[in-house]
Design a protein around this ligand. Structure first.
Ligand code: B12
Ligand code: SF4
Length: 549
């Protein structure tokens, strides 16, 4: 492969695509597609109870940390900020990171680089690279498919097999709920760790699996529990965290690594909390006690549909599994696909109801979407079922089908999707309430557990439940009467239970903080009704910069 003539002396800018994001514009921003995880695809129908937060662009942070060239990361710029960065600093290489929906922004950013910094080499990476014919849509010099750290190291003439250094990443930013911004306390938010990219399960629709090699393949940054433990200890010390958001598509699938991590955690007395993604078959490789001792407190699990035949769900009663996890204090985020091949207008309501009956703490719904690069996309293309006039900005699974479904129209796909979100909210209540229920069960079950690491973790969690969350329960109980009286009664019962466990503090906070939260919740409801949206702030971070000449 060709290397850059300046090798590690090349000055590099790595940028994510420009905002604002939560608006409709000609570059592909969509109001339905904000730069938010929960409000975009999980709690979007939950009004002021929706969990709002931003996440940094970890791919470019990982690349920056693992090269020795002088490098700036520009995250969530405006077009103006991107232009300013290009003109105030000279860059030999401009790297742009994007996913498929943002191809229109990449096109514009390439145009801007050619105009404002004509000597720069343009490198585009991330999922956008999977679009067939992307080289004719954007004016870039290199379009990188798959893992980017090794590519960039090769391009700079560096050792692509050198160990991976992990950047310090605070997982969520500017978290808000019920109209309140949570305080930005050091260590108050989980740290993100990224043990691998890709997933060997190779589900036909899965874009992350396909992008990093497909079935049977993935790229491991940290092979062993020992390596992972070392990285986590470092991050714990620097960021003062106990809690980790483990960004690995199927963390529990790698049992040897996870069990070694547990062994080391026990030896060192680490009372860590892990939020993980895992498929049902992988979770079933563990006993509940192993999961609890490993600190697993939140699991993102694909429910898809029991009739779809995905191997990860084979032989698993996922509803029973969800119940069990929650009884052990593990919050479950379910993910259901709307518009699978076997769905029809006659059976889809029943399928959505069945998904909702899992009673997960959070529930993501996504349209079945053939995304470029996946086996599903290939199959649909071969069958001539892809709709040709759909803007890539609308291919994200939260709007309408981008293919001809055998039984469901494009318009109806959106109606069913929106209904699924609403129905889950109406029947199961705000996710914050559901989480509180799971936390209480965990505390009740494990408060006297012999392992002090486990007790300490549940004690940490329950502190929030016995104070601020109980005030939130008081508000949710009041406000939810308008939506569903029986859920409001269930919230009331839970609040009483919390107050029985913590008679003084829980009542005191409900009485003192409750009215303030009620006021901020109603104010937020009004703001949302007026169309208010949230945007992430811009970040500029420089590394090896001083040594640059
Ligand atoms: C965190 C995250 C987000 C964050 C925002 C991140 C950000 N700042 O942009 C939030 C929650 C806001 C978000 C939103 C959305 N997301 Co998102 N998100 C993720 C998630 C979970 C992790 C991304 C990550 O950091 N991975 C780890 C890093 C290391 O991997 P990476 O980013 O792929 O980077 C590697 C390579 O791609 C490459 N690379 C990346 N950039 C560059 C740049 C250069 C120059 C080079 C050389 C290489 C390179 O090198 C990196 C290291 O190997 C992924 C799923 C996943 N597991 O990756 C989905 C994912 C990226 N999101 C996805 C989607 C569809 C969305 C949404 C449209 C929501 C939705 N409806 O699903 C919105 C779009 C918002 C918007 N307006 O742009 C899809 C992308 C699909 C596709 N093929 O384009 C993914 C893959 C999820 C999925 N499986 O469907 N997302
Ligand atoms: S198990 Fe999940 S991450 Fe793995 S391929 Fe299937 S959908 Fe993708």
């Amino acid at each position: 492969m060709e290397t850059h003539p300046k090798k590690s002396h090349a000055r590099i800018l790595l940028s994510s695509v420009f905002g604002p994001y939560a608006q409709d514009d000609e570059f592909g921003s969509r109001s339905i597609n904000p730069m938010e995880l929960y409000h975009n695809q999980v709690t979007r129908a939950q009004g002021s109870f929706s969990l709002r937060m931003f996440h940094r662009s970890w791919g470019i942070m990982m690349i920056q940390e693992n090269i020795s060239a002088p490098c700036s990361v520009l995250d969530f710029p405006t077009r103006k900020a991107f232009a300013r960065e290009l003109t105030t600093n000279h860059y030999d290489i401009v790297g742009i990171s994007a996913i498929i929906v943002n191809v229109g922004k990449v096109r514009e950013m390439c145009r801007m680089v050619r105009e404002l910094s004509p000597d720069s080499v343009i490198v585009v990476g991330g999922h956008v690279a999977a679009i067939p014919g992307v080289e004719n849509m954007i004016d870039a010099d290199h379009i990188v498919k798959g893992e980017g750290i090794s590519w960039m190291r090769r391009y700079l003439g560096e050792d692509e097999h050198a160990p991976i250094r992990h950047p310090l990443i605070v997982s969520g930013l500017e978290t808000r709920i019920m109209g309140m911004r949570l305080p930005n306390r050091k260590g108050g938010t989980a740290a993100t760790i990224i043990p691998s990219v890709g997933c060997p399960m190779g589900c036909n629709f899965c874009t992350t699996s396909a992008f990093f090699g497909g079935k049977g393949k993935f790229v491991n940054f940290y092979e062993t529990g020992d390596e992972l433990f070392e990285v986590m200890c470092h991050i714990e010390a620097e960021l003062k965290v106990h809690s980790f958001f483990v960004m690995d598509e199927n963390f529990l699938l790698h049992r040897t690594r996870a069990m070694r991590l547990l062994e080391l955690m026990k030896q060192a007395g680490k009372s860590w909390e892990l939020s993980v993604f895992a498929s049902a078959n992988a979770i079933r490789k563990y006993t509940m006690l192993e999961l609890v001792e490993l600190g697993v407190s939140w699991v993102w699990m694909g429910l898809e549909s029991p009739k779809a035949g995905y191997s990860k769900l084979q032989g698993n009663d996922v509803r029973q599994l969800t119940r069990e996890l929650r009884e052990h204090g593990i919050r479950v985020q379910g993910s259901t696909i709307v518009g699978l091949e076997h769905h029809t207008p006659d059976n889809i309501v029943e399928e959505i109801e069945s998904a909702i009956a899992h009673q997960t703490d959070f529930h993501q719904f996504m349209l079945y979407t053939p995304v470029p690069g996946t086996p599903l996309y290939q199959e649909m293309a071969e069958q001539g079922r892809l709709l040709s006039d759909i803007d890539y900005a609308d291919v994200h699974g939260q709007y309408k089908f981008n293919f001809r479904h055998a039984a469901i129209s494009r318009e109806d796909s959106k109606r069913f999707l929106d209904w699924a979100f609403w129905r889950d909210f109406e029947k199961n209540g705000p996710s914050l309430y559901r989480m509180c229920g799971t936390m209480l069960k965990g505390w009740q079950r494990y408060k006297d557990y012999p392992d002090p690491r486990v007790r300490e973790r549940f004690e940490r969690e329950v502190k929030k439940l016995s104070s601020a969350y109980n005030a939130a329960l008081w508000v949710m109980e009041k406000e939810f009467k308008k939506v569903n009286r029986s859920v409001s009664e269930r919230i009331h019962k839970l609040r009483r239970e919390v107050e029985k466990e913590f008679p003084f503090i829980a009542r005191l906070t409900a009485a003192s903080l409750g009215p303030i939260l009620l006021w901020s919740t109603r104010r937020e409801e009004n703001r949302l009704a007026r169309g208010s949206t949230y945007e992430p702030p811009t970040f500029v971070e420089r590394r090896n910069w001083v040594s640059a000449t």
